[in-house]
Write a protein that binds this ligand. Structure first.
Ligand SMILES: [Zn+2]
Length: 480
């Protein structure tokens, strides 16, 4: 009695669209087996394509045939069994060696005779040829399209595939929205999420009806297709389709994306003005600042800056609470007040500094002028020296030596001039009560003070904060 294995394979290949579904195959095969009186001992169902060798179920089946568990196969058509040369060859080999005695197909006649084996091999070869030529035809067709400047795939948003002319055409309504999205983003003040929102508002959403993800927005905004080009197989091609944005707009969008795409360098916790300057008197660790935004339910937003001990000392358990910046400012100011100049003194000193500056400015400009004259004298001398040499009144060696001297002098004078004007501009600004550079930033009017040698600042029993010694004692603080 012959024992049969039933083998069905799912149609995963494009070309298998005509072939029966797996359920239909099974129904047909079971009926067929019953009608033929075949003894089916097991059914094997494969979900992989037959194009590439290495189908796991098929392999198992052959192994069990080798072990003698069955000696016949029933399947829909030879092409279900083999579409690559290895699998086909193995089946023929099993027939030759007697491991397989019979093969049954509802759609193919087979008899275990030389003629039957010949026609079976032909069926295998034919299905392999079909697969090969199909993928070749497909590739050829795509290449042809690319050469003609037609994107051989699904048209991106804003375009549609015209099945009649086999080209890609503009979908006017959506194209307009896409163009507006590019224009918006190019302004530089929009996030990708804003673009997604804009698209959603205009009916361009994800398949699930939600706002498109920002990676999709990125994809849209960086697709050169909209400028009339297209990417295919890693290469940029010139397309025949109508562009909907200019290359210039596209380029500026790419520029914005590059700038905005950089990871935000802003630290989560920006260093505050007093950071690194103060230390805790209880445990000796540094005082750090933290900026907090508090949003109330009624919509009010409060901005706070707190300072607190870092509490990094492992041997002391520090009990100091945090302190608001305003309070720290008040305490520091009152401490600094003790050692700062009285206002009228400061004003008097500033007046003197300004008058010194004016005087020095005059002397600086006088000495700059003097150096300028010297330089022009040297230039004249150089000219005369060259003429003398050209008139052959002096030797070449003399000319070389004299010229070198003059050039060196000139160079030093020029350098002196530059450093004079630099130095002059440097010294007054830091001494002023309200320098111009602070006025620029009126929201943060900061005063700059020297603290001679404070060891201890701001003790109110709760917040004990000391100025860290050995730190630069230049303190910036908001005027309170
Ligand atoms: Zn502490």
């Amino acid at each position: 009695m012959q024992k049969f294995f039933l083998y069905a394979r799912k149609s995963t290949d494009v070309e298998d669209k005509q072939v029966l579904s797996i359920d239909a195959q099974l129904t047909e095969l079971r009926t067929f087996a019953r009608e033929q009186g075949l003894d089916v001992v097991e059914e094997f169902i494969e979900k992989q394509s037959a194009k590439i060798p290495g189908r796991p179920i098929f392999g198992q089946m052959l192994k069990r045939i080798e072990r003698g568990e069955a000696n016949g196969i029933v399947s829909w058509h030879p092409d279900r069994l083999a579409r690559n040369s290895v699998d086909g060859g193995q089946i023929i080999y099993f027939l030759d060696t007697g491991k397989l005695a019979s093969m049954k197909f509802p759609s193919h006649w087979f008899e275990n005779t030389p003629q039957g084996k010949f026609s079976l091999s032909m069926a295998f070869v034919q299905s392999k040829y079909y697969v090969d030529s199909l993928s070749e035809n497909t590739k050829r067709g795509l290449r042809q399209k690319v050469r003609m400047g037609i994107f051989p795939s699904q048209a991106p948003l804003g375009y549609i595939n015209d099945s009649r002319t086999k080209t890609i055409v503009v979908e006017k309504k959506k194209a307009k929205i896409i163009r507006l999205a590019f224009e918006r983003y190019a302004k530089g003040n929009q996030r990708l999420e804003d673009i997604s929102n804009f698209l959603a508002k205009n009916g361009i959403v994800s398949r699930g009806g939600k706002r498109i993800h920002k990676t999709r927005a990125t994809f849209i905004l960086s697709n050169p297709f909209y400028t009339g080009l297209f990417n295919y197989a890693g290469e940029l091609h010139e397309g025949k389709h109508e562009p909907i944005i200019s290359k210039k707009l596209f380029d500026s969008v790419q520029e914005v994306m590059k700038l905005r795409g950089q990871p935000e360098r802003k630290a989560k916790n920006e260093p505050q003005p007093f950071c690194g300057l103060l230390s805790c008197t209880e445990c000796g660790m540094m005082i750090t600042g933290e900026y907090k935004v508090k949003k109330q339910k009624n919509g009010n937003v409060h901005h706070y800056t707190y300072y607190h001990c870092t509490k990094k000392n492992k041997s002391v358990k520090c009990s100091q609470p945090c302190i608001r910046e305003e309070e720290l400012n008040r305490q520091l100011s009152s401490e600094i007040q003790k050692v700062s100049l009285p206002r009228d003194w400061a004003e008097e000193l500033e007046k003197m500094a300004r008058s010194d500056f004016k005087n020095s400015a005059q002397s600086v400009s006088a000495s700059v002028k003097e150096k300028e004259t010297k330089i022009s004298v040297i230039s004249q001398k150089l000219e005369r020296l060259l003429n003398t040499y050209l008139d052959q009144d002096i030797e070449k060696e003399t000319y070389r030596v004299e010229k070198a001297k003059l050039i060196l002098q000139k160079k030093s004078l020029e350098e002196e001039m530059t450093s004079l004007s630099h130095k002059h501009n440097d010294w007054l600004e830091p001494m002023l009560i309200e320098p111009a550079s602070w006025r620029k930033n009126s929201a943060h009017r900061r005063r700059r003070c020297w603290i001679p040698n404070p060891e201890f600042i701001g003790e109110n029993g709760r917040n004990r904060v000391g100025v860290a010694s050995q730190r630069p004692l230049l303190v910036f603080f908001k005027a309170v």
